[in-house]
Design a protein around this ligand. Sequence first.
Ligand SMILES: Cc1ncc(COP(=O)(O)O)c(C=O)c1O
Ligand SMILES: N[C@@H](CCCC[NH3+])C(=O)O
Length: 462
Amino acid sequence: MLTSHEPVALLNPFERDRDPHSPNRNLTPLTTALDSEGRLVVGGCLLSDLARDYGTPLYVLDEATLRGTCRAYREALAEHYPGHALAIYASKANSSLAITALVASEGLGLDAVSAGELLTALQGGMPAERIVLHGNNKSREELALAAEQGVTVVADNWRDLELLAALAPDLQRPVQLMLRFTPGIECHTHEYIRTGHLDSKFGFDPDQLAAVLKHLATCSWAQLTGLHAHIGSQIFELQPHRDLAGVMADALALARSLGHPVVDLNVGGGLGIRYTTSDDPPSISEWVRTVAEAVAAACQERGLELPRLLCEPGRSLVASGGVTLYEVGSRKDIPGIRTYLSVDGGMSDNPRPITYQSQYTAVLADRPTAEATETVTVAGKHCESGDVLLKDLALPPAGSGDVLAVFATGAYNASMSSNYNRIPRPAAVLVHDGVADLVQRREQPEDLLRYDVLPTRLRSVK
Ligand SMILES: Cc1ncc(COP(=O)(O)O)c(C=O)c1O
Ligand SMILES: N[C@@H](CCCC[NH3+])C(=O)O
């Protein structure tokens, strides 16, 4: 019999080299353990108890893992970069008041891409001077909110600059500005999440950089603080990040030669994580060391004073700290073809499989190490045949009432969720030392009617 909270050693081969400094390399949260009956525990909380108490689907976030990833970035930057450095959380990965507060308390900054993410950041306690606003089509209102609050705006195009110039007379202070440009760097990842190649909607074309920099030298309302580029997401290679350092150092040299005392170089995010045992991403410290050494070397080669180094991780900060719990409902055995287990969520709480054909790892919460004797396909409850969360998953015999735990769902699940089929979004709990705090209430079907308006003339239609 396994003892209480013994670390789960058998879930995947990499758990043996479980490294608290590289939580992005673990499939499961750092605190994953088994209780005396062999049931899964995360953050000291029994997962099947959480499912019973809060209902399913349920997003579970492990505070120790989230803090662990923040510290891994912070400490690696302090160790490997000789100048100042700051990791900025790309909150598109998972935006909430609780995550903002946690990330802020770990000393990180935050990247927002909309008024919604920006308000969440400000109300979650992130200091405005540590926030940057991104976006390839920012509204006037979004730019005004950022500029009034003293948030740094990452200008993506000429329209951003035109809108800001128009807002400037009403502002109390110059707008803190970074320039995003397309670095022309290819990397291997899903085509939907590549951003560094020239055919990208994000950022100024590199050929325009000199013109923009010259224009900004004439804008008294703007203070250019930095340059930004981002090559994509869920990237395992390190070389594209080294290449990016050279491209950015060239841009920095150009900006300084045109009279901009640029202090920040923001190299974006993109470090991948482990979704299945065959994924093998670099650790956070390896990624940071590579980026930091490449930036320092590229600047030194060009005789440039070292800028502050900013990076913008999203997925690698929050994915591995998240587990989603579902209850299994119906089961359909099609002899010789497939067995479907349907769960009470699906593409509305995790659209990544249907969008990017992403793969996940899952176990039964109360029998995680039982012998897997069946191969099943886990389907969601949406009216869509492609609503499949996991294909060909090896499981012990499972059926109605079993709780399924899907790992590495802390990034781009809640934040990409929808109400397709008018299914309410799940609740989220933050677990720590045996305590679960509700951080996002479960939507109710009535909530989904809140914004519907039934015109009077239709009310009498029978
Ligand atoms: C501008 C920007 N910064 C940071 C990120 C975060 O990327 P990731 O979640 O892959 O670390 C993204 C998303 O790809 C992004 O578009
Ligand atoms: N939504 C993507 C990542 C997008 C990164 C944003 N620039 C994913 O789930 O993998």
